[in-house]
Design a protein around this ligand. Structure first.
Ligand code: SAJ
Length: 434
């Protein structure tokens, strides 16, 4: 564990200039990564200002509340605000460290849109002083940190901005440090995971490491900005490709009439085989998105990574077709869809294949669709007017002839073969085998 941050020493050694006011760390973007990061850094003794373009978000955080669901986050933000270490603002303040944690969505052409990162850089540029350190955390295509440096150099000709590949130290530092935390375990993993810190120059990496070393219990692994950008995309592409293998195998197993869960369980007893689990597709804002950043950066070479994305997207289509076939096989029967979240034991429905499948079925077979989702008090807005209903597991088991497991929430795991006797069962997660 790192020694606790000594604010007195740090302000003496890390002050970026007379203009810094009370804020030592400005976190730009108070979303799933920025808000927990700001709160964790504040809990470690820094004066942190969280910045967001949304007045609602700023107001909520400033009141010590959270606008996103994440385990332990509510308490952490409440305590950080109450202690005065965390504040929230619509404006970027002067600070010693600037963390950029804004969204980097995909365009309709599956290319990365770094417009929010560029906007953050433009908002930060007027505030920086000699000694400031700007760190990009947003998942980004290779070269994004250099683009931030370019924007600052254009807007602040009075400041010497470091250049990638040069050993010359500039007046400020720029680095890339990807977030690597798992939704549902963000608060814990922010502290425990190793961090990869890539500088525009080695001196930049060293400066950024001073911040992370004050709150990270894992190792701070230093490299250059381009490698760090590629590492993040590689991690999520690795997982996507491996899930695609499992998903393709599940379709092949259906064709061949073998049980994919038996195949995987037995193959995984080989000492060098470790197949992941098939499901109804891949969801969330990360694994289904980030591989496209690598594909966009090297379209001809990235053949396997592109195909993996297509295989995982197809698995959702395939799953929906199989459910429709079950509905056709038992005219008038109701189907209970278990789970809407993008993965088990989480109330996050973003980019969830289970939600997409359920919505699509509801639009055409609404009266026959029952949804069981312990993490929802009501069905999401898209279901309005479809006739689909949110039900408890007990009611669904009593009324539905077809049971489909879309998400293996712990709340479903007590289901026994006897509960499903006489039902048509389609278990996309292999939950009932485990
Ligand atoms: N999934 C499967 N089969 C599996 C494992 C996962 O179908 O065997 C599905 C899940 O159901 C879900 C999707 O994949 O729909 C993604 O879930 P996940 O748990 O693999 O990943 P995320 O999106 O919650 O978080 C990932 C993590 N990256 C890696 O594990 C390499 C996390 O560490 C990253 O910080 C996060 O992406 C991110 O923000 O990029």
């Amino acid at each position: 564990m790192n020694a606790p941050f000594d604010a007195a020493t740090a302000s003496a050694s890390q002050t970026a200039g007379d203009d810094v006011g009370n804020c030592q760390v400005a976190v730009v973007g108070l979303g799933y990564i920025g808000l927990p990061t700001a709160a964790v850094i504040a809990a470690n003794g820094w004066n942190v200002c969280g910045v967001d373009v949304s007045p609602d978000v700023v107001e909520t955080v400033a009141a010590g509340r959270v606008h996103i669901e994440e385990r332990d986050l509510g308490r952490l933000v409440h305590d950080a605000i109450a202690s005065g270490k965390l504040t929230a603002s619509l404006e970027v303040p002067a600070a010693q460290f600037y963390l950029i944690a804004v969204p980097t969505p995909l365009t309709d052409e599956n290319t990365p849109d770094i417009g929010h990162v560029e906007a953050a850089a433009r908002a930060i540029a007027p505030r920086i002083a000699t000694g400031a350190c700007i760190i990009v955390e947003s998942t980004s295509p290779v070269g994004t940190t250099e683009r931030v440096a370019q924007i600052i150099a254009e807007m602040r000709p009075d400041i010497a901005v470091p250049v990638f590949g040069s050993q010359a130290e500039g007046d400020i530092a720029l680095a890339y440090c990807p977030e690597r935390v798992l939704p549902g375990k963000i608060v814990r993993e922010l502290v425990q995971n190793d961090r990869v810190i890539g500088g525009i120059t080695p001196a930049c990496a060293e400066r950024a490491t001073a911040l992370y070393a004050s709150f990270v219990e894992g190792d701070c692994l230093v490299t250059n900005a381009r490698v760090a950008e590629a590492v993040k995309l590689t991690e999520n592409s690795f997982r996507d490709v491996n899930i695609a293998f499992a998903n393709e195998l599940s379709v092949i197993a259906d064709d061949l009439g073998v049980d994919v869960w038996d195949v995987i369980a037995l193959a995984n007893r080989h000492p060098r085989v470790n197949i992941l689990q098939p499901g109804p597709g891949v969801g969330g804002h990360c694994i289904a998105v980030d591989p496209w950043f690598l594909v966009a950066g090297s379209p001809k070479a990235a053949r396997l990574i592109r195909t993996a994305r297509e295989v995982n997207d197809f698995k959702a289509t395939y799953t929906e077709r199989r459910i429709r076939a079950l509905l056709d096989a038992v005219p008038g029967a109701k189907v209970a869809l278990l789970g809407l979240a993008f993965k088990p034991d989480i109330d996050d429905f973003r980019e969830s294949p289970a939600l997409e499948i359920a919505l699509s079925l509801a639009r055409t077979r609404g009266q026959r669709i029952m949804v069981v989702e312990p993490f929802a008090d009501e069905l999401p807005g898209g279901f309005a007017g479809t006739g689909a209903q949110l039900a408890t597991l007990d009611v669904a088991l009593a009324e539905a002839e077809i049971i489909v497991v879309l998400v293996d929430h712990t709340a479903f795991k007590h289901l026994l073969p006897g509960d499903l006797a006489g039902k048509l069962v389609f278990d996309t997660r292999g939950m009932l085998k485990k």
